[in-house]
Design a protein around this ligand. Structure first.
Ligand SMILES: Nc1ncnc2c1ncn2[C@@H]1O[C@H](COP(=O)(O)OP(=O)(O)OP(=O)(O)O)[C@@H](O)[C@H]1O
Ligand SMILES: [Mg+2]
Length: 307
């Protein structure tokens, strides 16, 4: 029977030797060809989960299938289906780009294929750097070399553990485009990130992980509707005792001893025109001296999700 899941995790637990429970009861299925983002704060268990799938961390219990192969019983087949770009980059600084990537392919026992390596380096905009020593590359280029290494043996599933941490906006965008191009070649991509915009930009589906538990797994569109709160903060000239009456359609709250009026709305659904709200406030003789707009942070979203 054709197995359509790239990853299938059942009842996965990981308690480290020191007794710390890093993963608790993870059940997760990721379809082939999906881009799946694992979103969570520091220490949530993202790297532990990825490393458990990749066979680097030994689970305490549970079962993991990679493209249908049990990652313990069929370790080699499971591992061959995986490419991993770890959170901590480590490469041989004195080796050339070409050699590093070709050697990595050899480690998986794949026959040499210079045409494929050339295609890969071109796709990742590294072709003109192929003979350069890795230590002479910029941080962003090094990260792309790590991606090329991870793809050198033509895996079905690519893991990117915080691919854009510390990467500038422009390069981040170009990496997003490259990951999407990879998806078009049929690769399943699983990435971790702290950045909600990154998950929003890239992912088909998002899993939110907190304290070792998957709090929610949802298609991006649904999740963004649930999560994407924005706020407009009006700094008032005169403090208010209460939220003005007869503005029932707006979700308004007071803060800072009545000196701030906060309008919360969903960034991904239609909301009132701000000018209408300002007009209504003006009618009530409320004139803000300053307006500030903010997006709810991941942390706030967590509080909302974890409750
Ligand atoms: N080898 C280990 N021994 C004991 N505890 C560990 C070990 N590795 C990780 N942990 C703990 O497990 C928890 C999850 O760590 P993990 O690296 O999976 O988090 P993460 O979500 O990847 O965080 P970050 O966003 O900072 O990379 C953390 O509390 C961490 O301290
Ligand atoms: Mg991590």
């Amino acid at each position: 029977m054709q197995n359509n899941a790239a990853i299938e995790i059942t009842a996965l637990n990981k308690t480290y030797e020191n007794g710390f429970e890093a993963l608790a009861g993870i059940d997760l299925k990721i379809k082939r060809g999906e881009i799946f983002a694992l979103l969570g704060p520091n220490g949530a268990g993202k790297t532990t989960l990825i490393n458990a799938i990749c066979g680097i961390v030994q689970p305490s219990s549970g079962r993991i299938l990679v493209c249908g192969h049990d990652n313990v019983a069929d370790y080699r087949l499971a591992r061959a289906a995986i490419g991993l770009v770890p959170q901590e980059l480590a490469t041989d600084a004195f080796e050339s780009v070409w050699n590093t990537v070709s050697f990595s392919r050899g480690l998986f026992g794949k026959p040499r294929n210079p045409d494929y390596i050339e295609k890969l380096l071109k796709q990742l905009s590294l072709w003109d750097k192929k003979d350069e020593q890795i230590r002479r590359l910029s941080g962003g280029m090094k990260r792309r070399v790590m991606i090329a290494k991870a793809l050198s043996h033509e895996p079905d599933v690519l893991f990117l553990d915080e691919p854009t941490a510390g990467v500038d906006v422009e390069l981040r965008k170009s990496m997003w485009a490259q990951v999407r191009a990879l998806q078009e070649t049929g690769v399943t991509v699983i990435l971790t990130t702290h950045y909600i915009e990154e998950a929003e930009e890239m992912a088909d589906r998002i899993g939110v992980i907190n304290k070792g538990r998957l709090v929610i797994t949802e298609s991006k569109d649904v999740l963004m509707q649930k999560m994407g709160k924005r706020q407009m903060v009006f700094a008032l000239r005169e403090p208010l005792q209460a939220v003005p009456a007869n503005l029932p359609d707006y979700s308004l709250a007071l803060a800072d001893n009545g000196n701030k009026l906060i309008y919360t709305y969903n960034a991904h659904q239609d909301h009132h025109d701000i000018s209408d709200l300002l007009e209504s406030l003006k009618e009530k003789n409320i004139r803000p001296k300053d307006i500030e707009s903010r997006q709810s942070s991941l942390e706030e979203i967590f509080i909302q999700l974890v409750g």
